[in-house]
Write a protein that binds this ligand. Structure first.
Ligand code: HEC
Length: 142
């Protein structure tokens, strides 16, 4: 019986675990599950400043009354696509403090998978041409 289980079930298990590896969204580095996981995290941790739809304020280039930059849009309409993946990740970990900015640090609240899910979620807003430019910058940085 044990041999029978080994013969029939092990290959089946192997096949199942291969299938379980989810393909990425066409042309993107992330999977649909990462985007799905990122949505509630983005709403909880980021939306108050960057907007539920990532559009923040259109006037993101102008300093506010305190001499600080407002939260920029993350939906592909501003310049977030200039930053490679590791810089986006570091921004979430460290916030704006390293360059005198106002964004809080989330290094202790969000683990690496959470941060990647959030990045996947905000990049799902980016049109293909913006994503393509980001991809080149990201690849050059590696
Ligand atoms: C309290 C408000 C606030 C919250 C909450 C916040 N941010 Fe920010 N974010 C900012 C501000 C302000 C900036 C502009 C730089 C600075 O002052 O630190 C910024 C900048 C950024 C940038 C750089 C964008 C660019 O175009 O250079 C990224 C990426 C970013 N935030 C992602 C996030 C993510 C992801 C979250 C949630 C985990 C988040 N932010 C939560 C205020 C916030």
């Amino acid at each position: 019986m044990r041999a029978l289980i080994a013969t029939f079930c092990l290959p089946l298990l192997a096949a199942c675990s291969n299938e379980a590896r989810e393909p990425t969204v066409a042309g993107r580095w992330y999977t649909a599950s990462q985007v799905e996981a990122g949505e509630p995290l983005f709403r909880q941790y980021c939306a108050t400043c960057h907007g539920e739809d990532g559009s923040a304020t259109p006037d993101w280039r102008r300093l506010d009354a305190n001499g600080n930059y407002p939260p920029p849009p993350l939906n592909g309409s501003a310049h977030t696509w200039h930053h490679p993946l590791d810089v986006l990740d570091a921004t979430i970990v460290q916030g704006g403090a390293p360059f005198g900015g106002q964004m809080p640090a989330f290094g202790s609240a969000l683990d690496a998978d959470d941060r990647l899910a959030i990045i996947a979620y905000l990049q799902h807003w980016w049109p293909d041409d913006i994503y393509g430019k980001w991809r080149e910058i990201d690849e050059r940085s590696r």
